[in-house]
Design a protein around this ligand. Structure first.
Ligand code: ADP
Ligand code: MG
Length: 354
């Protein structure tokens, strides 16, 4: 998909995007400027990745190719679906050998270890075996027998992931543990995509990799972007609220994104490492606003696992992130630093701590 339109048509395109994407992006176009809007969507990292660049068409296409080359590099290193990826090599060598990895992978392994401590285990890249057991993104997901889940407890300890920074080597010491970067790689890829765009001198762009969004610059019409938070109620569609943003990342995690149903119960893709089951608390959506999509990807998942009270307190304890939490009762909680850029858009939901 490759579209080229004069900038004046942005509004229409972006409103169309609102219907198609997990994030709705609208713009309020008033002045005409000499930009082309070039937009492409390609499948990678298990999802649709949309890139919107404002530049001449020639430059924009070059930028977009550069971005997807970079994404392919990240995917080839980190994906479990790429047979000889670094993460598959690391997992296969568990209990045995050190594996040399790229700087990208090393960075995320290191961050993964840190963030497991910081979130009290809510976000844990060492639950690969548990994720594989549930296979929620696979062809035939089903609730695993509890005995099988039980055998995995005690094998999510990231102290068993040994890293050697000087040589970029990693080893999993526990033969029962595997690494899954599924909750972290996409956010990293968004940040790297932005770096590519900036290297080409791009000033306005939107990266949306399966709902992990970064908006570079403001809307070329001089306003800020307005990024919608998807309505988490399955079947309703539309947005709950919108966030005025420029040069920032907006990432959501929720129980509505990927799931399967068994015996009338819905099982989603964010697992609580403590119970071995999908996180089950008051929340159905967490949106994180931050300087990097890596932070957004990590903390939206972590806070979804923590639940409302602990999650809100956690956001307030960090200067680097803001957020909005939506409960199954349609209550919306917005962190203190986000309220001025937050606007409700849906009367079925209530901003309770305004
Ligand atoms: P999405 O892919 O919809 O953005 P998330 O960013 O919330 O979803 O990440 C979910 C993915 O992260 C899962 O598919 C799984 O691979 C991994 N994951 C699930 N639970 C956890 C967890 N508690 N800690 C770390 N990674 C997780
Ligand atoms: Mg995510």
């Amino acid at each position: 998909m490759n579209t080229k339109k004069k900038y004046i048509k942005t509004t229409i395109i972006l409103i169309a995007a609102l219907l198609l994407l997990s994030f709705g992006i609208t713009s309020c176009s008033s002045e005409e400027e000499e930009f082309d809007l070039v937009q492409q969507s390609r499948f990678a990292l298990g999802t649709y990745n949309q890139v919107t660049v404002y530049a001449t068409e020639e430059l924009a296409n070059e930028v977009i190719d550069g971005i997807f080359d970079r994404v392919a590099e990240i995917e080839n290193a980190m994906s479990l679906n790429v047979a000889d990826s670094e993460i598959n090599q690391l997992n296969e060598a568990r209990g045995e050998a050190f594996v040399t990895v790229s700087e990208d992978t090393f960075k995320l392994l290191k961050r993964g270890k840190e963030v497991a401590e910081e979130t009290d285990g809510a976000f844990n890249i060492g639950i690969g075996q548990l994720i594989a057991l549930w296979d929620i993104s696979g062809d035939d997901p089903q609730v695993p027998p509890e005995e099988e889940i039980d055998t995995l407890f005690g094998h999510f300890d990231l102290n068993q992931l040994e890293l050697r920074e000087d040589t970029l080597e990693a080893r999993i010491n526990d033969p029962m543990m595997t690494i899954d970067l599924g909750g972290i790689a996409k956010g990293y890829a968004v940040d790297e995509a932005i770096k590519v765009a900036k290297d080409y001198g791009i000033e306005h762009a939107i990266i949306d990799f399966g709902g992990d969004v970064y908006v570079l610059g403001g809307n070329p019409n001089g306003n800020e972007w307005r990024i919608g938070i998807t309505n988490p109620i399955i079947g309703e569609g539309g947005v709950v609220a919108r966030i005025f943003s420029s040069d920032m990342s907006i990432v959501s995690s929720g129980d509505y994104e990927r799931y399967f149903i068994e015996n009338d119960r819905r099982y989603h893709h964010i697992l609580d490492p403590e119970t071995g089951f999908p996180a089950d608390n008051e929340l159905n959506s967490v949106t994180i606003v931050s300087d990097t999509a890596l932070d957004g990807d990590i903390y939206s998942t972590a806070i979804f696992v923590m639940g409302l009270d602990k999650g809100l307190a956690f956001i307030e304890s960090l200067d680097s992130i803001e957020g909005a939490l939506i409960t199954k009762d349609n209550d919306v909680y917005v962190s203190s630093g986000l309220s001025e850029r937050f606007e409700m858009m849906n009367e079925s939901f209530h901003w309770v701590n305004e």
